[in-house]
Structure formats: C-alpha cells, structure tokens
Design a protein around this ligand. Structure first.
Ligand SMILES: CCCCCCCCCCCCC[C@H](O)CC(=O)SCCNC(=O)CCNC(=O)[C@H](O)C(C)(C)COP(=O)(O)OP(=O)(O)OC[C@H]1O[C@@H](n2cnc3c(N)ncnc32)[C@H](O)[C@@H]1OP(=O)(O)O
Length: 719
C-alpha cells in the first residue's frame, strides 16, 4: 500500500501506508514499484518525495513475512529502480527509518530527516544483515569504520548524528514532507550521477586489514556464539574490497545463510515475544486491554539497601517524584550519596540533567502518606515485611498501590496481612535494579487487575521488560533456576569441575557459567535460603544417605564452602579463587579440586568423565522441565513469558530464543527422551521427572511453540 499524489504541481508524493510502522510488506513493495513507475512516467513530475504515514517513515522489511513464503516484488530491484531513476527522489524521514526502511532511503538520491527521527540498520538484532543493499551502500556513504559500528551493533542514531555522519542531507524541526518537497523542487534537473551511492567507491581507509581484524575479534568476543554480527563484518568487508555488484552477491550469500539459520528464527521470536508479554492475562480472565492502570505521579521506596537504591534511581529517571525512606540515619546518608552518584552518571551517559531534585529522602515512613505507589525493598524477612506493609496500610492515602520487591517470599501472605489485598502486587527487580531490564510483576489471587496494570505500565515506563506472573516459590525465574543449579552441584559430585560446567554453559552462550555467577552473587544467598528450608545439616555425615534430604537427592557442596567462609568474589574465594576480596577475575583453585576429591571419597562417589553435552542436557533440560511445570500450573500465561524472563534477566543467549523456544528447536520429543534417560539414572531427583505438560505436547505431535496454546487450553499465549 503506497498512495500517490502530485503536490506543488510537479512533485510526485509517495506515502507508505501500512500501520503501525509502514513495514515493507508485499503490498507496500508493490505499491512503491507502481507509484515510482507512475511518477517517473508522468512528464509533469520533475521530482519525487517518499514519506510514510502517521509520522513514521518505515520500520523495515515486514518481519512477519520472514516466516512464510515471500511473495511480491523483491526489495533489491525496487531500490535499484529508485536509485537509477532520472528524476531526483527524496526520502522524507519522520519517526524511524530502520532496516529496509533506511535501505530504501539510501536508494533515494537525497534524505531529509526530522530532528526527532531515528535511523539505523538493526537487522543484526534479528539475526540478519542489511541485505537490501544496506551493507554495501552505507560504507560507501559514511566510510567503513562508522558503517561497521552501525551495522554490527544495530544501534539507532539520532537525526543529528545521522547528519554528522553524512547519512542525511538536511535535518528539519518543521514539517518534514514540506521540507522535502521544497528540497525536491530545488534539486529538480540536477545531475543525479553523484547521488547514486552504489556507484561510489568506498572511502579510502588506511590499514583496512588491521581494522577488520580488530573489529572481527571484538565482535567474536561479544557475540557469544551469535553468527549475524560476524556476517555483518564480512558483508562490510565485501563493500570495502569488491566492486558493488560482487559485494551485492556476497551480501546475498551471507544473508541466505543467516536467513535459514535457527538463530534468526530465535531472534525474531524474541522480538515478537517481548511485545507479546505486554498483552498480559491473569487466570481470572483479567487482561491488559480491559484493565486501566492508575496514574502514578509520586512513588516511594522503603529500604535503601542495594535493591532500594537501584529502584529509586530507576523511578527517578522516569521523571517521577520519589520519596526514599530508610530508618537508619547512617544508611540514609550513604544511600543518598550513592543514589545521587548513580543519577549523575546515568544523566551524563544520556546527555540530560540528573533528576536529583526528584528524590526526597526521609527517615520517617509517614513521609509516604500522599504517594500513589510504594515499593517495599527491606530485608527479605517475612515478619519485617509484614510490619512494613501494616504501617504502610495505616499511613498511605486510600488506593495507594503497595508493591513488594521480594525475590522469594509469599506475596499472597503479605497481601493477606493488609486490609486491602487487592492493592498488593510483587515487583521483582533484578540487581542492579536501574540497569537490569527484567521486572517480574507478581499477582496473587486477590490482586486487582488495576494493580497489575499499574505495575506493568510503570515497568514499561522504566524501560523494563515487564512480565506478569503468578505467585509461587521463586516466581518464574528463580523457580527454574533451582533445578539448574542443583544439577550443576550434582555434576560436581559425579566428577565435573566448576571450570568444565562453566565452560559448557559459556560456550552455549551464557555470559557466565553457573559457578562464576554464584561467586558473583554470593554463595551465602542460597545458603540462607537452604537453611530457612531446613536443608542444611552439619557436614560430618557421609555416604549416600547423607545426601538425601527431605526425601530427595541433595548436594551439600555449597553449604560446605560457606562453612569455610568461601562466599565468592566478596571474600576472594568461592568456586574459584580471586586475587583479593572483591576482585572479578576468577582463577582455578587447586584447593577446590582437592576438596572435591576428598568430598567424593568421603561419600563413596567415583568420579567419571562428564562431557559438555551432559552438562547442557542436565542443567538446561532440568530448567526447561520446570518451565513446563510453570506453564501447567498457570504461573506463566505462555512460553514467551518464560523466554523473555530468561533472556532479559538470566543471561540466556538471545540467539537461542529463551529456554522454551530452545526446547521447541531441539525437539520436544528429544527433550522428553533425555529427561527420561537421566531420570532413570537418578530416580531420587524429582526435577528430572518429565512434566506432564511436556508429555502431553509430545503426545499431541510436538506442535510448534506458537501452537502450544491450541494443544493446551490453559495457556493464554499471545504469540
Ligand atoms: C533460501 C533463503 C534465501 C534468503 C534470502 C531472503 C531474502 C529476503 C530479503 C530481505 C531483504 C532484507 C531487508 C532488510 O535488510 C531486513 C529488514 O528490514 S529486517 C527489519 C528491520 N527493522 C527493525 O528491526 C525494526 C523493528 N521495529 C522496531 O524497532 C520498532 O517497532 C519501531 C519501528 C522502532 C517502533 O517502535 P514502537 O513504536 O515502540 O512500536 P513497537 O515496537 O511496539 O511495534 C509496533 C507494532 O509493529 C510491529 N512491528 C514493528 N516493526 C515491524 C516490522 N519491521 N515488521 C513487522 N512488524 C513490525 C511490532 O511487532 C508491533 O506489533 P505487535 O507485535 O505489538 O503486534
């Protein structure tokens, strides 16, 4: 769909019409081909302007089409036809020009952008490269280093940066189409040869080989196994070293490999999953589009430890007034300094003024009387939290939403201790709360839809990937983490080392393996939880029976390390050793290896050879199996909720789409078969017992992930 009008007598105006982002669907491509042809064949038309409706130029190729048989005119010849036109074609860029949208603009002879527009080639984040000539035209236009940066990171640039880089010719604060029409009139009749980017050589670059080598090394390191960033470098290299036609051929070959790769499917799934989680539903039937959030202008944070500080910063950065409460004076002063520092650094990075005045500090809980929403972030102790909630219920104005940032305690129990349980939800942030993208919004049976809608909207305002989940031990993320960590402990007992387990997980794509992560977050955290659960016993007992607790296999390895004072990085010793407490570089620790040897001997365990595949299958399939239980219990509405939680909060490699998508890619029957295999070998490990949902899905023919909802009626997947 592209509309054609003649304006100012001799300018052909083509408007892309495909809400919401004017993606280049088959119909839009056909519309462009037809209207360009019409403009070029009209003798009264001297120049052409292409714009998009509703303030957005174009969000790129229609990603939804990638999963189907693509029909309609292909992009590349369409853009070539524009570039080789004998009348000037001007792109009027408002809103966004991304991916194929920018490639279309690069085929035009001139580009005029509104000052608020954003431009970029984000294909890499979808597992692709700019394959409608973008990888070949952009380096020719702005040079190899800048093009490499934009194409390998996929970052969006402002109009001002685009002007500085030479991507656009003019930036306007006024009506972009009017400016483009005026511009088009002014250039009518000029020679277009110098404006055809594909005919330009790439700007000369000294030490080209060294540059590509350096960038490739950097990209390989940060890609964690993703193939698209590497293909992006290869495509730009082709632009720098080959004639345009050959460069295009290389672009096509590289794209063909990426396009059919599982990684592109996974990354595109993530794109849609992140949007789908905003369309939340509760088992009661309450849903995002029928639940109106309450306005939140003023919020409060109670407790200014690490989490409370980060939450205060996240709230203040959205422009809210925040009352930050900490009863201990010394803590309050320290927190004020830390929060101000974080706000200042964040503002400097974003080039804005720090919201220091947005935060009012108080030692008195009465100060929160007129806020719209409170986030409690005191120590994880149910008695303390209950007391705080009771105080808040007495102090706050009627209707104030009471949120708890607990990561482990029972949100329903807390709600039941207040006179208005419908106003209570969990807002589970991840440390550091002003940086980490994930927010679990935890509803109980009595939470009102309005309370959930308000917390979800606030999460979105803070730029979080907010996922609504039901209340259960560990919610979604931590509940799935438990079997993953337990399997890693069991693998150590059976002969693995922390290095081996971590290497397998890091090669899979996690930024850190389970043991390095445990050292970072502190071994004492899990120890405290296990003590609370009555699982920790003195470490003198030996044999198999000493490793069965509460009727199931238990590994006391983490407890034994804690008894030695090895809490991880903060004590300089954990699963690894560190130069000094607080240092981050993990080194193999011979003490740990002999400790493991002695432990195995004490318990009559014989070390065996364990390979990466077993590590991955046991850790990941145990985690995935718990994900199926969570779906079956109705704690998550669909697999996309789990996947977004794992990709945004737990370091699951995005190019593998999240645990449930990964299970779908591996094949549900295979996951089931491997779980059954390990369950036979380890009958005392309940989390290896395949979930009945997994069995039912396999029995119903292992439908693809977006059809799980059809097979299992309880799911409310929004994919
Ligand atoms: C044998 C094999 C041969 C292989 C050869 C195959 C060759 C194929 C030829 C391809 C040529 C390559 C072309 C090109 O290089 C590839 C691309 O262009 S890929 C797309 C690149 N574009 C993007 O990544 C942009 C994605 N979108 C965004 O970043 C944002 O949506 C936005 C545009 C900045 C707007 O943001 P918001 O206002 O916040 O809105 P939302 O993000 O919530 O989006 C609203 C709504 O729109 C849907 N949507 C957005 N972009 C697209 C899109 N490009 N295609 C389809 N749909 C899109 C989004 O999903 C939302 O809908 P909802 O999911 O909520 O229903």
């Amino acid at each position: 769909m592209a509309e054609y009008n003649r304006v100012s007598e001799c300018v052909g105006l083509i408007t892309l019409r495909n809400p919401p982002v004017n993606a280049l669907s088959a119909a839009v491509r056909q519309g462009i081909v037809d209207t360009v042809q019409r403009a070029l064949s009209d003798p009264n038309v001297k120049s052409v302007v292409i714009c998009g409706q509703n303030g957005i130029f174009c969000g790129g190729a229609d990603i939804k089409e990638f999963g189907s048989n693509m029909t309609g005119p292909p992009l590349i010849p369409m853009i070539h036809a524009i570039e080789s036109a004998n009348k000037p074609v001007v792109a009027a860029i408002e809103g966004s020009a991304l991916g194929g949208g920018l490639e279309l603009a690069l085929g035009c002879h001139y580009r005029i952008a509104h000052s608020k527009a954003r431009l970029g080639l984000p294909e890499v984040s979808l597992g692709l490269l700019p394959a409608a000539g973008g990888s070949q035209r952009l380096p020719r236009l702005i040079g190899v280093p800048a093009a490499l940066n934009l194409i390998t990171t996929g970052r969006h640039v402002t109009a001002a940066e685009a002007l500085q880089l030479g991507i656009v010719d003019q930036v306007t604060d006024h009506n972009t189409v009017d400016a483009a029409v005026k511009f088009a009139l002014s250039v009518a009749g000029r020679s277009l040869d110098p404006r055809r980017i594909s005919t330009h050589p790439c700007p000369q670059q000294p030490d080209l080989d060294a540059l590509f080598e350096e960038v490739m090394q950097k990209v390989r390191q940060s890609a964690r196994g993703a193939i698209a960033p590497i293909a992006c470098v290869q495509a730009v290299r082709a632009a720098a070293t080959l004639p345009y036609a050959q460069g295009m051929e290389r672009e096509r070959e590289l794209m063909a490999t990426l396009f059919t790769s599982g990684q592109a499917r996974a990354l595109q799934y993530c794109f849609f999953a992140e949007r789908a989680v905003g369309r939340w539903r509760m088992p009661s039937g309450a849903r995002w589009d029928t639940s109106k959030p309450r306005p939140v202008h003023k919020a409060a944070v109670i407790g200014l430890g690490t989490m409370g500080r980060g939450i205060t910063v996240a709230l203040a950065q959205t422009g809210l007034s925040v009352i930050a409460v900490e009863t201990q004076e010394k803590q309050l002063m320290e927190a004020k300094q830390a929060i101000s520092g974080m706000l200042e650094r964040g503002a400097k990075r974003r080039g804005v003024a720090p919201a220091l005045d947005g935060v009012i500090y108080s030692q008195n809980i009465q100060a929160v009387a007129d806020v719209d929403l409170v986030i409690e972030a005191v120590f994880e102790d149910i008695a303390l939290k209950t007391k705080v909630f009771q105080q808040l219920s007495a102090v706050c104005k009627p209707g104030t939403l009471l949120c708890t940032n607990t990561s482990a305690l029972d949100v329903d129990q807390l709600a039941s201790e207040t006179p208005n349980p419908e106003l209570v939800v969990g807002m589970h942030f991840f440390a550091p709360a002003h940086v980490m993208k994930l927010l679990e919004v935890v509803y109980g049976p009595r939470s009102s839809p309005q309370a959930v809608a308000t917390a979800m909207q606030l999460g979105k305002k803070m730029g979080k990937a907010s996922v609504a989940v039901g209340n259960c031990r560990g919610f979604v993320g931590n509940r799935m983490l438990k079997p993953y960590i337990e399997e890693a402990f069991f693998l150590l007992e059976e002969g693995a080392t922390p290095e081996l387990v971590d290497q397998a997980l890091e090669e899979f794509g996690f930024p850190m393996g389970v043991f390095r992560m445990s050292d970072l977050s502190g071994l004492d955290v899990g120890w405290r939880v296990r003590k609370g659960d009555g699982l920790v016993e003195p470490g003198t007992a030996s044999g198999r029976s000493a490793r069965i607790r509460q009727g199931r296999r238990y590994s006391p390895l983490g407890d034994l390390l804690c008894e030695e004072g090895r809490f991880g990085q903060k004590t300089g010793r954990g699963w690894y050793q560190y130069d000094k407490p607080g240092s981050r570089v993990a080194r193999s620790d011979p003490w740990l290896h002999s400790f493991l040897g002695a432990y195995r001997a004490q318990h009559g365990l014989v070390a065996r050879r364990i390979d990466h595949q077993e590590v991955l299958e046991r850790c990941l399939y145990a985690l995935i199996n718990e994900g199926f239980h969570i779906l079956d219990d109705g704690i998550a509405a669909g697999p996309e909720d789990i996947d977004v939680i794992y990709v945004s909060g737990y370091g699951w490699p995005r190019h593998r789409g999240g645990p449930m998508f990964y299970a779908n890619m591996v094949g549900l029957a295979k996951v089931l078969e491997r779980l059954e295999h390990y369950q036979q070998l380890h009958p005392e490990v309940p989390h290896l017992q395949p979930s009945s949902l997994l069995r039912r899905l396999v029995a119903s023919g292992s439908p693809p992930i977006h059809k799980w909802g059809e097979a299992i009626k309880k799911l409310h997947s929004q994919l």
